[in-house]
Structure formats: C-alpha cells, structure tokens
Ligand binder design. Structure first.
Ligand code: PLP
Length: 357
C-alpha cells in the first residue's frame, strides 16, 4: 500500500520519545475527554452516533495517543481526512472501531481501504466508478459515504446528480454498501452564515427524502460537525462528526454564548474541558534591572526590577511567533506573560509576581 511510505515532514509524532521530552511534553486528560463525550452524547441524544474526528493528527493531540484514549472513553467511530491518517489510525485502533476517510485517498489505494473495511467519501463520478472497480478487484463490498453538495461548494454530488448516483448504487449493490449520505455546513460556528446553513439543511433534507423514496439502504444521514450540533439540534440526524468540541473547545465564542444563554442548554460551569495540556519547565531564572530591553530588539522594556523565567519552548516547537508580548503560560496556576519576541527555541516569561516560581 502506497500510503505506508508517506509521512508528513512536519509531523513530530514519529520522533523518538526522548527528543520530544527534553524541553516539553503534551498530556492528554482522559477525564476531560470523557466529560466532553458525555456532554456531546447527551446533547445529540443516545440514538445519534457520535464520530470522533481525528484529522490533522487529531487536531494536534496525536492520532496514536488520542485514538486509544477515546476508545477507552467509549468512542467506536473515527473520521480522518486522508489515507495516510487512516493508516496510522488503523494501526492503533481496536478491531470493532469504525474508520472513515472524509477526503483524500488515491484511487490506487482504494483496494487497501476496502480490504480493511475502512469507509470513504465518494463525491464525484470518478471516485464512484473507482470504488466499484476496486470492490470488484478485491472481491469485497466497498463501504462508502455519498457526499452531496448543498452550498459549501467544495466537494460533493450536485442535487441534480443524486438520482443517477442512486441508480448506480442500486445497480452495484454487491460492490457498494452505502454507510452514509452526508454533507458539510459552511461555517455553522457563525450566525453570519445562518441563512446559508439553513438553506443547506433544507437541501439536504430534500436529498434525504429522495434517497429514502428510491429505497436505497443507507446506514446514516449525517451533516453536523460540533458547531452545527451545538447550535442547530435538527441537523444532528443519525450521526454527528465532532472534532473541536470533543477536544474541549467551543467552535467559536458565539457558539459558547449561544449555549450558555439559551434556556434549554444554559450552563454556569463550562461543560467542555480541554483535553490537551502542553507542559514545560523553567530552564533558568534571570533578574533584570529596570529600564532594560529584554531579548531580541526593543519590543520589551522593563518598567521595574523584573524576574524572568526562561522556558525551553519556541516557535520551532509550535509556540507561535505571533505570541511575542502577547502569550501567557501558567506557572503555579498564575499567568506569566511572554516578554519580548518568541525565539526559535525559547521564550522569556515575566514571573516577578509569582513567588516561588
Ligand atoms: C473537520 C470536519 C468535521 C469536524 O468539525 P469540528 O468543527 O471540529 O467539529 C466534520 N466534518 C468534516 C467534513 C470535517 O472536515
């Protein structure tokens, strides 16, 4: 299988563990994840399947670390973006867990996915034909999700093509098992997209009726991501694909405020909990006199005698350069602001007000 030999140059999860631990490490919280899953499942109802979206290296949490943790917390369905991620997930998942590829897989790799029972999106005629051909070659049924276009205008069959797609699926019942018919909302985390999203929902409803009317067996109709599920309950249907909320973040401030203030979903203590914590140590402490510039250039000038802590994390490790004079780290549960620019391998933070740092 070709995907076996492809790894992303930017992916640090393949480094030996001692390299990852020398300056900082990431911790994942099982209890936070469990709470998020329970909250989401309660919100969408137990009859609706919750799928854990682990694309983008599980949103930076690491596929190999996150997936087994999510399984421990009861998750049984996972969605990745491409075949390379699917291969990584397949290697660490338990046998009963489902895997779905939402976008990129080369036609040459389809037999690989079909043999392993990995489902994939079919969004155009070429992919549909390739799925049928590959299934025949492997001698197994391909598990597919038919993606339909409802206004996002990225990938998916247009509404006018749906009848033909249904014909093909009915003709090739031995080759194709339709696990899902799906679409994706164009930004459900913002009320600015309300009319566009509701139009999408209406179109998807029409397509759903059409598919049901034609008698095509479909495992699940699914459209909602975190934001749609948490904002528009009628979009949850049979299955919800959740990424960001499961990791403990609201899709946007709007989504959080909408939920916090709505009568049915009102909360005072945030029901979502961050799964990821990035931890490092103070490498060195430095006392700086008043009126001194700190670090490269002149962007930070001490107002008084200042105690600075040096943290061995920089933009090379993923601490954004944009956080110079803006970011904060937690030391002894107090916020320590970044002083000056983020260096490639270090930041300086102000710990003047943190005794015992
Ligand atoms: C990323 C993605 C999701 C999950 O979105 P969140 O906002 O993180 O919940 C769902 N569906 C598709 C097609 C995606 O690409």
């Amino acid at each position: 299988m070709q995907a076996l030999h492809r790894t992303m140059a930017t992916d640090v999860s393949f480094l030996p563990s001692f390299l990852m631990l020398s300056g900082s490490h990431i911790e994942l919280s099982a209890s936070a994840l469990k709470k998020n899953i329970q909250y989401l499942q309660r919100r969408i109802g137990i009859a609706t399947r919750l799928v854990s979206v682990i694309k983008g290296n599980a949103y930076g949490h690491g596929i190999e670390a996150f997936l087994p943790l999510a399984e421990q917390c009861g998750m049984r369905s996972f969605a990745v973006s491409d075949a390379t991620e699917a291969e990584r997930a397949y290697r660490v998942k338990r046998a009963p867990s489902d895997l779905m590829i939402m976008s990129m897989i080369d036609n040459d790799d389809l037999p690989w996915a079909i043999e392993r029972g990995i489902s994939f999106y079919v969004f155009d005629e070429d992919r549909l034909q390739a799925a049928i051909t590959a299934a025949a070659r492997v001698g197994r049924t391909a598990r597919i999700h038919i993606e339909v276009e409802t206004g996002f205008n990225r990938t998916g069959f247009k509404e006018a093509q749906v009848d033909h797609v249904i014909d093909r699926c009915l003709q090739h019942r031995d080759a194709l098992r339709v696990d899902g018919v799906c679409t994706h909302f164009a930004g459900a985390e913002s009320i600015a997209n309300y009319y566009r999203n509701m139009e999408q929902s209406a179109i998807f409803g029409r397509i759903r009726d059409q598919v049901l009317r034609r008698g095509l067996q479909v495992g699940a109709f699914h459209a909602a991501s975190s934001a749609a599920a948490l904002t528009y309950p009628h979009t949850t249907l049979d299955m919800v694909r959740s990424g960001i909320a499961m990791y403990g973040f609201w899709p946007s401030k709007e989504t959080r405020i909408h939920n916090m203030l709505s009568r049915e979903t009102h909360f005072t203590r945030d029901p979502l909990h961050q799964v990821l914590t990035w931890k490092s140590r103070i490498m060195s402490l430095n006392h700086i006199a008043a009126g001194q510039h700190v670090g490269y250039g002149t962007s930070y000038l001490t107002a008084g005698p200042t105690k600075a802590a040096v943290i061995p994390v920089g933009y090379y490790h993923g601490y954004s350069r944009n956080l110079g004079n803006l970011g904060e780290v937690l030391i002894r549960n107090r916020k320590a602001p970044v002083m000056g620019m983020v260096n490639m391998n270090m930041i300086l933070v102000n710990v003047t007000a943190i005794p015992g740092a």
